[in-house]
Design a protein around this ligand. Structure first.
Ligand SMILES: [Fe+2]
Length: 307
């Protein structure tokens, strides 16, 4: 594996964010196994390599999944699906940590995706042992039930034919890497440009890219399909920081049951002013009320209450 030292590029991120990437934004092309260092840094900032064997089961899993369409800012649409584990999310009315829906709808594919985390984890440990150790240490706070096997990754996403605009990843543990497989067939283009590094990774079929996607802005260059059955998948593995709040699964279920009971009470309990109205007009409003009540300091019992 080659070692490449690049000069950090002083860029205005606002000039790039949410616009489509172009290889002209970062003209140095990386199409060989390479460990990249910025300026005088001792630790690498990215590693690109190619697998020495094919992963047909993983490619087949990607091809056989159903992909939802997500609308991003500026009307950009993406097709993706998540795997692994998700934290609680009151915004989406998810009141417990859980395995994603794919595990129920496509259990075999989900198992293949989670199993493949081991290969990326091993490459991560081999090519960037210092950050790998830090990643493992940071994610010790997450209950093992929410990690993919013996890896530090909690979660992942499969992108199908997505020309993602420039962005920084969010929500992951700080300072550690996200790792990504790329699978391409009959595709021209669809590479990954990182203006801060001044490099474009010429993502080949069955390649792996590992880097800190939160710190380093990145975007996908345009691509075209040259055959009807052409495909481009990227499979990204990461560790969601909010998973540290997750209790072991049995306790999560108990906690969620308690929330539902509280929710039911809130929705039928009359207002204190005797108006007889429901306190919450919707489940979402009730969830917000539960969360607000949980944040309030508990009142100590008065003497009369205690009697
Ligand atoms: Fe990303």
């Amino acid at each position: 594996m080659q070692e490449l030292r690049v000069k950090s590029q002083q860029i205005d991120p606002t000039a790039y964010r949410q616009r489509y990437a172009s290889e002209g934004d970062a003209p140095k092309q990386i199409n060989y196994p390479c460990r990249i260092y910025i300026d005088d840094n001792v630790l690498p900032s990215a590693v690109y390599c190619e697998l020495d064997h094919k992963l047909p089961a993983l490619v087949e899993a990607c091809k056989s999944l159903n992909y939802g369409v997500t609308h991003r800012t500026r009307g950009m649409r993406t097709r993706s699906t998540t795997f692994g584990y998700m934290p609680r999310s009151p915004t989406y009315q998810q009141d417990s940590c859980r395995v994603v829906q794919m595990a129920h709808d496509y259990p075999q594919q989900h198992a293949v995706l989670c199993e493949s985390a081991k290969l990326l984890s091993a490459l991560y440990e081999r090519h960037n042992p210092e950050v790998f150790v830090e990643h493992v240490a940071q994610t010790k706070i997450v209950v093992d039930n929410y990690k993919m096997g013996d890896t530090p990754f909690t979660s992942g996403i499969v992108n199908k034919d997505n020309q993602l605009p420039y962005h920084n990843d969010t929500g992951n543990f700080a300072g550690v890497w996200s790792n990504m497989f790329t699978f391409k067939g009959d595709i021209i283009g669809g590479n990954l440009t990182c203006p801060q590094l001044g490099v474009t990774f010429m993502l080949r079929d069955h390649s792996v890219l590992m880097f800190d996607g939160q710190s380093i802005m990145h975007g996908v260059t345009p691509f075209i399909k040259i055959a009807p059955e052409a495909y481009r998948y990227t499979v990204v593995y990461y560790s969601l920081q909010r998973m540290w709040k997750c209790l072991p699964p049995a306790e999560e279920i108990k906690r969620a049951d308690k929330s539902v009971r509280e929710l039911t009470m809130l929705r039928v309990e009359p207002d204190a002013d005797g108006g007889g109205k429901l306190r919450a007009k919707s489940t979402r409003e009730a969830l917000q009320a539960v969360a607000a009540r949980a944040r309030q300091p508990r009142k100590s019992k008065s003497k009369s209450d205690a009697l």
